[in-house]
Design a protein around this ligand. Structure first.
Ligand code: SAH
Ligand code: DHB
Ligand code: MG
Length: 218
């Protein structure tokens, strides 16, 4: 089984289950035109996040790592009109592209993109209304720190999703050669030690290769 097959199956499933969507297509086009890396979640993964937010009845969502707002739009569309999504992005150019995409999708009233290092922006969210769902998808070495914040900022019963946990299977390599992989191993050890959290990891293949995500409930 090859990348070609995984991509073909993702394309087939997306054609069947994800109707043509001008706002999402414009988002990916704007990201490419602006030279942003093509590392957003895939269409089926975006819809998965959207469904998860609907299943859990999420009203408040936190995203760490906005890029062009592709996953942001999928998640924000699951929220009620008075819902709120806060998305944290380090790169001001990414945030500008994302804000334009979010505006085009008609979601500016729901989404708040904040620019800076997530680790510097997270403390300001403390003491506010807790989040129902957190999606962690930024710089991989900091994942454990973001998970600590997610534990603090998410309500009991809330859900945390962490992207890019498996990394082509490298997660089983204990050598620490890749700091992104090392970051995920550190995060998984922390997850395993946290009595408030119950989590699993699902391995995935698709247009984005072989990877996986952690799904956690508090
Ligand atoms: N969630 C997006 C993809 C995010 S890619 C989607 O699926 O559509 C990861 C993003 O995290 C990039 O835009 C990168 O600029 C941002 N990032 C990297 N380091 C960061 C940091 N320290 N704080 C906040 N964002 C960061
Ligand atoms: C990368 C980051 C991601 O969030 C992702 O889903 C895939 C790749 C990266 O930094 O290479
Ligand atoms: Mg990712």
């Amino acid at each position: 089984m090859t990348q070609e097959t995984w991509t073909a199956v993702d394309d087939y499933l997306a054609r069947l289950l994800i109707p043509a969507d001008p706002a999402l297509e414009a988002t990916q086009r704007a990201a490419a035109d602006a030279g942003l890396p093509a590392i957003s979640v895939s269409a089926p993964q975006g819809k998965f996040l959207h469904l998860l937010a609907r299943i859990t009845g999420a009203r408040r969502v936190l995203e760490i790592g906005t890029l062009a707002g592709y996953s942001t739009i999928w998640l924000a569309r699951a929220l009620p009109p008075d819902g709120r999504l806060v998305s944290l992005e380090f790169d001001p150019k990414h945030a500008d592209v994302a804000r334009a995409n979010i505006a085009r999708a008609g979601l500016s009233a729901v989404v708040d993109v904040r620019v800076g290092r997530a680790i510097d922006l997270l403390p300001a969210l403390d003491g506010g209304e807790p989040f129902d769902l957190v999606f962690i998808d930024a710089d991989k070495p900091s994942t454990t720190e973001y998970f600590e914040w997610a534990l603090k900022l998410t309500r009991p019963g809330g859900v945390i999703v962490v992207d890019n946990v498996v990394r082509n299977g490298e997660v089983v390599d204990p050598s620490g050669r890749d700091e992104a992989v090392e970051g995920m191993r550190r995060f998984l050890a922390r997850l395993a030690s946290e009595p408030r959290a119950s989590g699993t990891v699902i391995q995935t293949v698709g247009a984005k290769g072989y990877d996986g995500f952690a799904l956690i409930v508090l």
